[in-house]
Design a binder for this molecule. Structure first.
Ligand SMILES: Cc1cc2nc3c(=O)[nH]c(=O)nc-3n(C[C@H](O)[C@H](O)[C@H](O)COP(=O)(O)OP(=O)(O)OC[C@H]3O[C@@H](n4cnc5c(N)ncnc54)[C@H](O)[C@@H]3O)c2cc1C
Length: 381
């Protein structure tokens, strides 16, 4: 049977980033991806300073910059479009907004340039940790010295090898997403009772990503592929201003899906398996940190593999020490942010808007997250 050194399951943000770090250090690894090619949804993603410094470190930031944007400010607004508060990017630190497809494309090219191996059409079905055997749905199997679960929120490794009873739960929030057109150069965040919308440019071609999140008792499916209609979207989001309505209208397709969560884990490794990214700590996207944390996880885990060679027991302990507290904290904060954004009590919304307008609360909360430097943290280990 074919033997692999480090088997990475899933070629998303964490899997590809880990592949790049390991290959840069000439460590043998293989990526297994269920899709038949590298694929991502056409949706926006924001990368904050804590993620950007890692993309710069592996030498792909300049390439990504070519097809992305650096918004001038974050504007908090009422649904009518009236401004509550504007924070310029100088105050926040540099934020990059892009299409997820671009991020994945640039990471994948880098992995390939470093001679990385990727095996497509391989959906992991089962991992038997007693004999270190990976079995895929197409019937093939491999032996691996170490397995890294980078397989996202629905992680099969987490479900089968960590806690067989646990599956993702519907969060009570659903979302619309799409990519329309506008000439805005800002991240605009709109509040309404029970819903909020974030939109930002993803490139210099006027393409503008929007994500509209609302409370919904119906358990919509956790799939980014379910297409909805413009009529349904208008029905759900009619109170928002003309600027947003024109972005919705210009989006050729709109998608609606349910947001799911999993509880925090006490440990993110078991036997010779380690979890990274959403497999380890899926979170509501209200602080825009899931992808950034996936980059941090991959940087730290990959660098530890280099530092401690094949001593995976030590690598796992150091990885958990470095990561768990931070990821659990941000997972918790993302949940709290949902309550702040979706408050319905008029007293609470008035207080939120007052604090936003008159204090630096939004900036302070985010600056703390953005200031984390995984390279410096790694150097301390
Ligand atoms: C609406 C929304 C907006 C967001 N906005 C932001 C943002 O602005 N900034 C930010 O930092 N984060 C954001 N996030 C979060 C971010 O998208 C995720 O945290 C990030 O994609 C996690 O990366 P990952 O590599 O762990 O998983 P994924 O990106 O989900 O990748 C998992 C990979 O594993 C593969 N896979 C799955 N199962 C198997 C299997 N059994 N066998 C083989 N392969 C498998 C999948 O095909 C996929 O390629 C947002 C999320 C949502 C839902």
């Amino acid at each position: 049977m074919n033997r692999k050194n480090i088997a990475i399951i899933g070629a998303g943000i964490s899997g590809l980033m880990l592949g790049c770090i390991l290959r840069e250090k000439k460590i043998e690894c293989t990526l297994f991806e269920r899709s038949k090619t590298i694929s991502e949804y056409g949706a926006g993603i924001t990368i904050s300073p804590n993620g950007l410094l890692l993309l710069e470190q592996i030498g792909i930031l300049d390439e990504l910059n070519k097809s992305s944007c650096n918004p001038l400010s974050v504007c908090f607004k009422y649904s009518s479009g009236a401004l509550i508060k504007k924070i310029t990017s100088n105050e926040f630190g540099n934020i990059l907004t892009t299409n997820r497809r671009e991020l994945i494309r640039v990471l994948f090219n880098q992995y390939q340039n470093l001679g990385g191996e990727i095996i497509f059409n391989h959906q992991l079905e089962f991992y038997d940790e007693k004999v270190n055997k990976l079995t895929f749905e197409n019937g093939s199997s491999y032996i691996a010295n170490h397995v890294v679960g980078c397989d996202g929120i629905k992680s099969i490794i987490r479900s089968k090898n960590f806690n067989s009873r646990e599956t993702p739960d519907y969060s009570g929030y659903s979302a619309w997403r799409g990519i329309g057109l506008s000439d805005s150069k800002h991240i605009n965040l709109y509040f309404n009772s029970n819903s909020h919308i974030v939109c930002y440019p993803v490139n210099n071609k006027l393409e503008t990503s929007f994500i509209a999140v609302f409370k919904d008792k119906n358990k919509n499916q956790e799939t980014w592929r379910r297409e909805g209609t413009h009529d349904e979207l208008r029905n759900d989001l009619s109170e928002y201003d003309n600027f947003l309505q024109s972005i919705f209208k210009s989006s050729s397709k709109v998608f609606k899906w349910g947001m799911y969560v999993r509880p925090p884990l006490k440990t993110i490794f078991k036997d010779n398996i380690t979890l990274l990214g959403d497999a380890a700590h899926p979170m509501l996207p209200f602080l825009g940190q899931g992808g950034n944390l996936a980059l941090e996880d991959a940087y730290i885990f990959g660098s530890l593999c280099h530092k401690f060679q094949s001593n995976f027991e030590l690598i796992q302990q150091k990885y958990q020490q470095a990561r768990l507290q931070r990821t659990n904290k941000i997972q918790r904060m993302s949940k709290q942010q949902a309550m702040v954004y979706h408050a319905t009590n008029p007293l609470i919304t008035r207080t939120r808007n007052f604090l936003l307008r008159n204090t630096n609360i939004a900036k302070i909360r985010l600056q703390d997250i953005y200031a984390y430097n995984a390279i410096e943290e790694m150097n301390k280990i």
